[in-house]
Design a protein around this ligand. Structure first.
Ligand code: ATP
Length: 287
């Protein structure tokens, strides 16, 4: 194989709980994550040597500080690959949005290099390779829906979201994950996810129970500091979402809609206010 094209889908959190802070500074978390049909498009091609990265996103780095470049560099070195790779990333996933866009690009590059250079690595081996690159990379390699523990790297495949429509909006603000953690007071958390109930609702494929159990411990603090994020959630519910949640450490907010017509009308209204608004579904690796 000489070149390959891959889809790198975004993820949303159906739940996000922070359990405690570890001695090494990381936090133990519990998260239910689901891929959705917003993708970056990754094109990989063999070249004689080195790594060349291009992207349509003018403000993203194209050197080793791009996580996709880092993943390629790591793989070429680890497997002593004789040759290089050209990577082009067409960015559709909003950046720094709580949607794991960078991690998904890195996961796509790991999968792509595995195919391009006939490394024959299993999904589990690729997930292990992805762990030092970024905490969400293993999930992006596994795909679909998963329950994450530890710092996010201990993953169990679950029955993912299979119904409904998702409207997602990202306001024009940036929140770094570090900032969200710095402002998280574990003693101040009021709404704690009922992860068991959520997993059970997914297993039963009950969209209302899924929607009723969406919960993210970062919401409270982020809503306080950035009222615009809270107002998107309020609009989602006002426009007919049966549940709505901020994804990751924000600022993207999504709503789950039972019917396409309500989702479409909410999408059209929100798109007028927030340029980065999408009407999508969950992604199970087949679309
Ligand atoms: P997460 O949900 O994992 O916290 P995120 O969606 O909030 O991720 P990303 O879009 O992955 O955030 O980007 C976070 C930062 O990483 C950005 O500030 C960006 O400059 C940097 N970055 C490096 N490589 C990439 C990439 N390929 N795509 C997007 N961002 C990248």
């Amino acid at each position: 194989m000489y070149e390959i094209k891959l889809k790198a889908p975004a993820k949303i959190n159906l739940s996000l709980d922070v359990l405690n802070k570890r001695d090494d500074g990381y936090h133990n978390v519990e998260m239910v994550m689901q891929q959705i049909t917003i993708y970056d498009e990754i094109f990989l091609k063999k070249i004689e040597r080195g790594i060349v990265l291009t992207t349509n996103c003018s403000f993203l780095p194209t050197d080793v500080s791009n996580i996709a470049y880092k993943a390629a560099d790591y793989m070429l070195n680890k497997y002593g690959i004789n040759g290089g790779v050209y990577i082009d990333i067409k960015k559709n996933i909003p950046v720094a949005a709580g949607l794991a866009g960078g991690s998904s690009d890195a996961a796509g590059v790991i999968k792509g290099i595995n195919s391009l250079f006939d490394l024959n690595l299993s999904i589990e081996e690729m997930m292990e390779l992805g762990t030092p690159i970024g905490a969400d990379v293993p999930f992006c390699i596994l795909g679909d829906g998963a329950f994450a523990e530890g710092i996010g790297e201990k993953l169990t495949r679950i029955r993912g979201l299979r119904r409904g429509w998702i409207v997602l909006s990202k306001p024009n603000i940036c929140i770094s994950t570090a900032e969200a953690y710095a402002n998280l007071d574990l003693r101040d958390i009021k709404d704690i996810p009922n992860t068991k109930a959520l997993l059970n609702a997914l297993e039963r494929d009950n969209l209302y129970d899924i929607a009723n159990n969406l919960c993210n411990v970062f919401e409270r603090g982020i809503f306080r500091r950035y009222p615009i994020v809270k107002s998107i959630k309020e609009k989602m519910l006002e426009y007919g979402a049966i549940g709505s949640l901020m994804s990751g450490s924000g600022p993207s907010v999504y709503g789950i809609f039972k019917d396409y017509s309500k989702a479409k009308s909410a999408y059209e209204k929100l798109k007028l206010i927030y340029n980065q608004t999408f009407l999508v579904r969950s992604y199970n690796g087949r679309q």
